[in-house]
Design a protein around this ligand. Sequence first.
Ligand code: SPQ
Length: 421
Amino acid sequence: MLIKKIKKASGVVKVPGDKSISHRAVMLGALADGITEISGFLQGADCLSTIDCFRNMGININVNGENVTVKGSGLNGLKAPEKMLYTGNSGTTTRLLCGILAGQNFDSSITGDASIQKRPMKRVTEPLSLMGAHIENEYCPLYIKGSPLHGIDYKMPVASAQVKTAVILAGLYAEGKTIIREAEKSRDHTELMLGAMGADISVNGLNITVNKTASLSAVKADVPGDISSAAFFMVLGLILPNSEITVTNVGVNPTRTGIIDVLQDMGANIKIENIRSSAGESVADITVRSSQLHSTVISGDIIPRLIDELPIIAVAAVFANGETVIKDAQELKVKETNRIRAVVDEFSKCGIDITETDDGMIINGGKSIHGADFKTYGDHRMAMSLTVLAQLADGQSTLDDSDCACVSYPSFFKDFYNLGN
Ligand code: SPQ
């Protein structure tokens, strides 16, 4: 696809629902008693994979655009799937399902697309086996023998909301107490939603305690816009001259707002307005205006708060004066693709001064760049980041695969070009 260029961007955009919260609303809704009504659900390919998996375990789910109803069958009401569960491109679906399926009284198996089959699953199978789970393989396909579980005291070796959530979900079924100790705070949507549903869960700083839970109550889940999707428009509005973009109804849970902190630190003109709370999650409208950015260092415990935004933050760094260093981000290597390698290889094609490091990258920004024929590696976040990057490149740029944006943002290109003028 030829990446069309816009000279400036202005207007208001409402991005689709948060991917992490949409997944969790379906999963926890399936395990609750009663009907969970979800509004603002993300109809991206990943969340549709989650729906498909639960339908295959007998859950009645009705989808009407962004409104989804899930008829929960209780913590012990899932049915043995008749076939292997297919999670598509979704790491969240795959890893969270492991936590739910480990303690069932039936066996199951999970696989996904070529990317999922390369993503490490030992990070979830290891703590789950300490709880008594029987899961064969470290990569998909995974074969899970439903087993009685017991609580553990687990110190997380990686900052990962997916690992944390898998252990929490297994903890709902485990005899005794499960304690999870995080080294750095990762997104906490599971803890918030389970708390609202009446699970026996408590959070004390970086430690989470879950006890075997008899039942969950259905709730109304109003999913805010995904800050990971808003991020593309935030950076677009900052780097394009004479631009102003407002993204409305964005989830600003503090475990997700690292990108706002970093962009402000780079000199961005960003306004966060109309902060409110919706179903336990903070929501706001975000306005950005064209700004001359400068370089920064991104490292340490902010990384889990912006991990998925690093490719688009790297785009901001290209147009910022000076040397931006991203470190402590080795987790990027095990996403939909190796996002350190992919960013460095594709950005280099434009003449950008960028160096790969073992845990991140160094970008010397503020210089002119030229267009290129980009590869997305089937990674939605690469496709959308490269589209923003191409806007300020001299000459033409193309994308080998724009369809992969559907994983998290099916209407991305439509919304993008609506802002252009
Ligand atoms: O679901 P998936 O494929 O892992 O999606 C990604 C993404 O960019 O959309 C990562 F590739 O987001 C993860 C995120 O990186 C979603 C997520 C969650 O919903 O719990 C947590 C993060 O992953 P992790 O490995 O840090 O737990």
